[in-house]
Design a protein around this ligand. Structure first.
Ligand SMILES: CC(C)(COP(=O)(O)OP(=O)(O)OC[C@H]1O[C@@H](n2cnc3c(N)ncnc32)[C@H](O)[C@@H]1OP(=O)(O)O)[C@@H](O)C(=O)NCCC(=O)NCCS
Length: 173
């Protein structure tokens, strides 16, 4: 099971992460910290080139192992505007989508478009019957993206430190 290394999504292009993008990733995360910190535990004030290089390194390894398929999101003119990935951690037959967007590019429908296209790709992969999104119940932005991309709530589970996570799934396409 391996998705394409590059996916065209209209105004966006998803490309498997490459080490040479580490500096731009660090810049993108740092300028988005106020929006990322409440929801993503790795997004801290200490984030820098070491962390972005480490993330890309792990993404390269995880892709090779078939554990995670992480993509940088670019505009068609080459601006790096976020990240999205498919994770196998929920078990066999199901892929979970995770994502974040670079703050100056938020609110333009980009993540809804990226999630929609990656969901379609996920359902083309052999053995994949379910595609899910897990988000903090208090994360209204992520909830709305998931809802607009066609993901309906299927359950709730305890999250980190007293929080509640919403699990959503998409009907097979
Ligand atoms: C959530 C996030 C990915 C949204 O990305 P985006 O590209 O701005 O989303 P879109 O432009 O596709 O917006 C889709 C819908 O969500 C709504 N939305 C976006 N951010 C929102 C927020 N903070 N609160 C409420 N609604 C929000 C938009 O208004 C839009 O709905 P509408 O068309 O009904 O107006 C982005 O805010 C982000 O990266 N957040 C921090 C990281 C995160 O939470 N990742 C997900 C972890 S599960």
């Amino acid at each position: 099971m391996e998705p394409p290394e590059m996916i065209n999504a209209g105004e966006l292009v998803l490309k498997r992460w490459e080490p040479e993008w580490a500096a731009e990733l660090s810049t993108a995360v740092r300028e988005s910290l106020p929006e990322l910190k409440p929801w993503l535990p790795w997004a801290t004030d200490a984030y820098g080139l070491a962390e972005s290089s480490d993330y890309i390194g792990r993404s390269v390894d995880d892709w090779a192992k078939g554990a995670e398929f992480n993509y940088a999101i670019f505009t068609t003119v080459g601006e790096l505007i976020g990240s999205i990935g498919l994770m196998t951690r929920m078990g066999p037959g199901i892929l979970e989508i995770g994502y974040w967007i670079r703050t100056p590019y938020s609110g333009r429908g980009h993540m809804t478009a990226a999630v929609t296209v990656l969901t379609r790709v996920a359902f083309t992969l052999p053995g994949i019957e379910r595609v899910a999104i897990r988000h903090d119940a208090a994360n209204a932005g992520s909830a709305r993206v998931a809802e607009k991309a066609g993901f309906a709530e299927v359950s709730r589970e305890p999250g980190d430190t007293g929080r509640t996570d919403v699990i959503r799934e998409h009907q097979p396409v």
